[in-house]
Design a binder for this molecule. Sequence first.
Ligand SMILES: [Fe+2]
Ligand SMILES: [Fe+2]
Length: 240
Amino acid sequence: MTETGHAEVGREWWFRAWAERDSARRFARLHEAMVAQAVPEPLCDACAKARADEDRHAALCADVARRFRRDDPYADIPAPGDALGSGQLEPDQRLLYEMVAFCAVTESLNASLLLTVFDAAREPGVREATQALLRDEVTHAQLGWAYLAYHVQERGSPAFLGPRLERILEATVSESLVSPEAFCAHWSDPALGYLPRSERVRVFLRGLRTVVLPGLAWHGIATGDADRWLSSRPWAQEAA
Ligand SMILES: [Fe+2]
Ligand SMILES: [Fe+2]
């Protein structure tokens, strides 16, 4: 492997560590909102557990990153776990927005990407870390779907999310997915957990079309905006 490739694999794992810290902050805030809104205890407890999982994931990703590269380029970048979506929502709508955007959508897509990474990974440290992350991210996705089902049952229609799906999906796509200039567009090493861009796009689209969008539609969220958004993305057309 080239020195640049080695450093790039390390950078990706440092980025994952940063994203896990951000997820931990977000779950901490979501847990507070759930308790304040008297959400049933099993959902609150699952949210608290998810926060602890993300703290553990951050340490796990940093351990892998150090195998490839010593400096953390994200060390000084805050991971605030900021609220997602616009400010014009009622508190219960805001909570649903985030549980859908962050857990049902992002964690489902994340889990399907991690499954592909795990299948291809051969480097021992990478393989074990990916398996550990995958096991937990699947439960975080399930928490999002369970919260959506609870909201529909107890709090009302989630239809207000339909016109917001474009914004939700836009927030899930990373530079490595959309940019033909991304490093993974011209270099990859799946054995080390570093997938080529074409594979990332393929897995993202498959997860979106076979799990996420049908799941949202089943719960009463119109997905027409999401379909239009997808058909206007150049990177999605390239993969078609
Ligand atoms: Fe995580
Ligand atoms: Fe997670």
